[in-house]
Design a protein around this ligand. Structure first.
Ligand code: SF4
Length: 243
């Protein structure tokens, strides 16, 4: 993909959503850190649902320690991998109280040394809480970057590095939010909604999904039905012969 196309893509993202942000709900850096930690392999919606009531009283690391592991584990049991996540969240809160004066550190190394906090979580916190340029590549960003050819890569680290190098500077701060939202709602894993995608003329993905009512979509549907019918006939014949 050339520079001009990338520029145009992000200009369109910005025009459609000038101030993108995370869909996780939080009111301070500590709550953001815990919400991101819990969101690994879980949806933001499920984290918001579980943490809404918790965050009304848990606003600091000490509040979480006071709540205790058992009550916290129970409160987040609707979230995947909740037992491990609960332990990590409590251990992180303890370290923040003991070593960081109850503040969330703003350095990558310090963040990544906290239990349950990996590169992606650190990137989200650095970007969202501290306004640093960081690219938290999740499954959505990985897919969108590769499909569109904005930044192709075999693994998340490769995509992260290419995005940081290739996305025009003026869009770097917000790029990861735009890409996540695009992947979550338009360029979905199965059947991306290419016919209603605002960047489809710039995207280099070859197998774009046709409009559900277009001739191409109808003929693909018919061809699939026909093939299925043929296969069923073949199987029935074979069974009949055997019988
Ligand atoms: S055109 Fe399709 S594949 Fe390309 S970004 Fe849009 S939804 Fe994704």
């Amino acid at each position: 993909m050339n520079k001009l196309k990338r520029q145009e893509i992000f200009e369109r993202f910005r025009a459609a959503n000038p101030k993108p942000t995370t869909e996780l709900e939080f009111s301070n850096n500590f709550q953001l850190l815990i919400a991101v930690l819990l969101s690994a392999q879980a949806t933001d919606v499920s984290v918001n649902k579980a943490m809404g009531p918790v965050f009304t009283t848990v606003k600091t690391p000490q509040d979480l320690l006071d709540m205790g592991l058992d009550r916290f584990t129970e409160a987040i049991k609707s979230i995947g991998l909740y037992k491990t996540k609960a332990k990590n969240a409590l251990a992180t809160a303890k370290i923040l109280v003991e070593q960081y004066n109850s503040e969330v550190p703003n350095k990558r190394a310090a963040l990544e040394s906290l239990p349950g906090v990996g590169r992606k979580t650190a990137n989200v916190v650095l970007n969202t809480a501290f306004g640093e340029i960081a690219m938290a590549v999740d499954t959505h960003i990985f897919r969108v970057s590769n499909r569109t050819a904005i930044a192709k890569g075999k693994n998340v680290l490769e995509v992260e590095k290419r995005l940081l190098r290739l996305v025009p500077k003026e869009f770097l701060l917000d790029a990861h939010h735009w890409l996540i939202l695009h992947g979550r709602y338009v360029c979905t894993a199965r059947s991306p909604k290419c016919w209603q995608c605002g960047i489809s003329d710039l995207c280099e993905y070859k197998e774009k999904t046709p409009h559900p009512r277009s001739k191409k979509a109808v003929s693909v549907k018919k061809a699939t039905k026909k093939a299925a019918k043929k296969a069923t006939k073949r199987v029935s014949k074979k069974v009949a012969k055997k019988v």
